[in-house]
Design a protein around this ligand. Structure first.
Ligand code: FAD
Length: 394
């Protein structure tokens, strides 16, 4: 019969993989397993917090995927049997596959911060999976008194979207400056350096002087426990009581990855760098945030690029051919205000068993912007979002 590929997870990685597989090889039988009828995009969700857009503009259905010829199973995968090559679904069905693609994104390491569990996240939202949590955090910000302290906590590496916490701090400050100008934002960080750091810090000094205080690991930034009843975050050095608290906890690959045996002791999934086949379970390919991708960051841009590479490799593998060495690109845009954007780009290729940054091929926005460049980059960011969501969801 026809070769079967099952894709678990219909986010930027999985939806792209399923669509690309069908367009490269229409004879393939491709099933996408995803429980949510509507996907809510994290990219640009920080702009929702700042009231620059509504949450419904973040949402995408699966009609475009279905019309590309992909079968969409609207349920979650509950167990993978790598020996039998089957996937058990929560709705009771079972799918068999020749190759499996797993793109379950992230789950949180609940309990890594004492007191931070799913119930605490209703009081101190993470908003690191977009949707209800994004709306909750925005509502809390809007209800806060002018002069209130917003406290954020950012995890150690690796985690979803390295520049994301700093874009979020910037856009919350943007909104506070307009509506609650006596308020301040404290950003407690479990690391001493972060993505686009000088661009962010220069931008904070220029746009929001005195509003954002960043506390690195070495100055007591690592949050070790929280009390959700009093909105208190405690670090190795001090306790901070928040009016609004946004806790971005440590993360791991989506839970189904550990069940399938493709996650290692770090909680993430090791893969080879050409077709992203698991080094732990042959026949299973892992990409996007769940995978360990060498130098590539965990971004929607990267997940989309990896999905196209993986789809092309799968078509060759299923035809008995060898996949070709890929070259991948990633760009991460961040907004610091409605009309102020910055970016970082990298180019990657397989080298010594992992995806490696090609020296000199990438770069970031210049520290000194001339000729309205920051405004231009804010427009590029929005057009990137339109392009990537159209490419992913059709
Ligand atoms: P996801 O998009 O999370 O998709 C995973 C899917 O798998 C989900 O739909 C989930 O429902 C499904 N799933 C999980 N378990 C199962 C199961 N057992 N069975 C079936 N389905 C399952 N990236 C950028 O490139 N640019 C940005 O500007 C940007 N901004 C961001 C801002 C914020 C605030 C955040 C939090 C992230 C941002 N990102 C950005 C990162 C981006 O959201 C992720 O890197 C991207 O979503 C990863 O795609 P993925 O397919 O690996 O995972």
């Amino acid at each position: 019969g026809r070769a079967k590929v099952v894709v678990i997870g219909g986010g930027f990685g999985g939806a792209t993989a399923a669509r690309t597989l069908k367009s490269l090889q229409p004879a393939l039988d491709v099933t996408l397993v995803e429980p949510n009828p509507v996907y809510t995009s994290c990219p640009f969700s920080n702009a929702v917090l700042a009231n620059l857009r509504e949450i419904d503009r973040q949402q995408f259905g699966y009609d475009g995927i279905k019309s590309a010829g992909v079968t969409v199973a609207q349920t979650s995968a509950s167990a993978v049997d790598p020996e039998a090559k089957t996937v058990a679904l929560a709705d009771g069905n079972r799918l068999s596959y020749d190759r499996l693609v797993m793109t379950p994104g992230i789950d949180f390491n609940w309990g890594a911060i004492a007191g931070y569990d799913e119930a605490a996240a209703q009081k101190m939202p993470h908003a690191w999976k977009a949707g209800d949590q994004t709306v909750l955090l925005r509502r809390q910000l809007q209800a806060m008194d002018d002069g209130g302290l917003v406290v954020m906590s950012a995890p150690a590496n690796p985690f979803r979207c390295p520049p994301g916490p700093y874009e979020r701090a910037s856009l919350i400050a943007y909104w506070l400056k307009i509506w609650k100008p006596k308020s301040k934002l404290l950003l407690l960080d479990a690391k001493d350096a972060f993505s686009k750091q000088r661009l962010f810090q220069n931008g904070w000094a220029e746009l929001y002087p005195g509003m954002i205080e960043w506390v690195p690991l070495s100055k007591g930034g690592k949050v070790t426990s929280v009390d959700s009843a009093t909105l208190t975050l405690t670090t190795e050095f001090a306790s901070h009581k928040a009016a609004v608290a946004n806790v971005i906890p440590p993360q791991k690959a989506g839970a189904i990855a550990a069940q399938a045996g493709v996650a290692d002791r770090t909680g993430w999934c090791p893969v080879e760098p050409v077709a992203f086949e698991s080094t732990l379970r042959p026949g299973i390919h892992v990409l996007g945030d769940a995978a360990i991708m060498g130098g590539m960051p965990k971004s929607a841009f990267a997940a989309n690029a990896q999905a196209k590479v993986c789809a092309a490799a799968l078509v060759r593998l299923l035809a008995g051919d060898k996949p070709q060495d890929p070259i991948l690109i990633n760009t991460c845009y961040s907004l610091m205000a409605a009309d102020y954007g910055i970016s970082i780009a990298g180019v990657y290729r397989p080298d010594k068993g992992q995806l490696t940054d090609i020296p000199g091929a990438g770069g970031s926005s210049p520290l000194v912007a001339v000729g309205g460049l920051r405004g231009q980059e804010a427009l590029y960011a929005l057009s990137w979002f339109r392009t990537i969501t159209a490419e992913t969801f059709g």
